[in-house]
Design a protein around this ligand. Structure first.
Ligand SMILES: [Zn+2]
Ligand SMILES: [Zn+2]
Length: 233
C-alpha cells in the first residue's frame, strides 16, 4: 500500500492511498489545486474520495472534486451539512461495504462535533492489505482484525493539553472541547492495545495539534506498542 499524506492538521486534511491498481482519497480538506498536485495530477484516476465529516479542514474541495468527475462518498448527515447532492455523491450507511476500484470500503461511526462523522476501513482486493483511517474523534468503539496499515488521529496528549492550559496558551473550556472531540495519545494507546496488531506494517499519526502535542514522544510511545514503522504529519 502506498500512502501519501497530502496535508494533515487543523488547516487541512487529505490522504491518497494506492494499492498499485486503484487509488482513493481520504478527506479533501485542501484547495482543489493542492489536491490535484497532491495526487500527482491524477485526480481523474481516483476511484473514490471518502470524507469523514463536513468540517472544512476535511471537505473544502468536495464540490470542486465532484465537478471534476470524482465520486465522493460520505454519510448522509455529512452531505446534508455540506448541502450537496447529485450522482457523484454516494451516501454511505455505516458498517456496510462498498466497492471503489479495487478497494472494499466500510464506513464506521465515530464521535465528533459533526452531523454524522465516519472513519473508514479500506481493504485492497489486489494485495489483501487492510487500512484503517480515522480522524477527529474522541473515541472509536469498534475493534478490527488483520489491519496492515493505520492512519489515526493523535491530536494531543493529556499532559500536553494540561500544560497548555497551565501556560495560558489555551483556556480550560477549549481544552475540554478538544478532549471531547479529538483523539489523544492515551486514547490511541488504548485503541491499539484493544486491536489485533499482528499484521500491522505501518502507522501514521495525523491531525497533531500545534500547541498540545509532542511528536517525538508520541512516535516513541506508539513505536513501543506496535513495533512497526511510525510516521507523523
Ligand atoms: Zn479536523
Ligand atoms: Zn472536525
Amino acid at each position: 500500500m502506498d500512502i501519501k499524506v497530502i496535508a494533515s492538521g487543523s488547516t487541512g486534511n487529505a490522504v491518497r492511498i494506492s494499492d498499485g491498481t486503484s487509488s482513493l482519497l481520504l478527506d479533501a480538506g485542501v484547495t482543489i489545486k493542492r489536491l490535484i498536485s497532491g495526487t500527482g495530477y491524477t485526480l481523474s484516476d481516483i476511484a473514490g474520495c471518502f470524507i469523514t465529516h463536513e468540517h472544512s479542514d476535511h471537505s473544502c474541495a468536495v464540490k470542486s472534486a465532484a465537478g471534476l468527475g470524482v465520486d465522493i462518498y460520505a454519510s448522509g448527515g455529512t452531505f446534508d451539512a455540506l448541502n450537496v447532492s447529485g450522482h457523484r455523491y454516494h451516501r454511505l450507511p455505516p458498517l456496510e461495504t462498498v466497492t471503489a476500484g479495487t478497494f472494499k470500503v466500510m464506513a464506521f461511526d465515530v464521535t465528533h462535533d459533526a452531523a454524522e462523522p465516519f472513519g473508514y476501513l479500506a481493504e485492497s482486493m489486489v494485495t489483501g492489505e487492510k487500512l484503517l483511517y480515522f480522524s477527529d474523534t474522541s473515541y472509536v468503539k469498534y475493534t478490527f482484525t488483520g489491519l496492515s496499515h493505520i492512519i489515526a488521529e493523535c491530536n494531543h496528549g493529556e499532559q500536553e493539553l494540561r500544560q497548555s492550559v497551565h501556560d495560558g496558551i489555551i483556556d480550560a473550556d477549549l481544552a475540554k472541547r478538544i478532549a471531547r472531540n479529538h483523539f489523544s495519545l492515551e486514547r490511541l494507546v488504548e485503541f491499539l492495545n484493544a486491536n489485533d496488531l499482528s499484521g500491522l506494517k505501518m502507522i501514521w499519526l495525523i491531525h497533531l495539534s500545534d500547541n498540545n502535542s509532542n511528536p517525538d514522544k508520541f512516535k516513541r510511545t506508539v513505536q513501543r506498542i506496535t513495533g512497526t514503522e511510525v510516521y507523523f504529519h
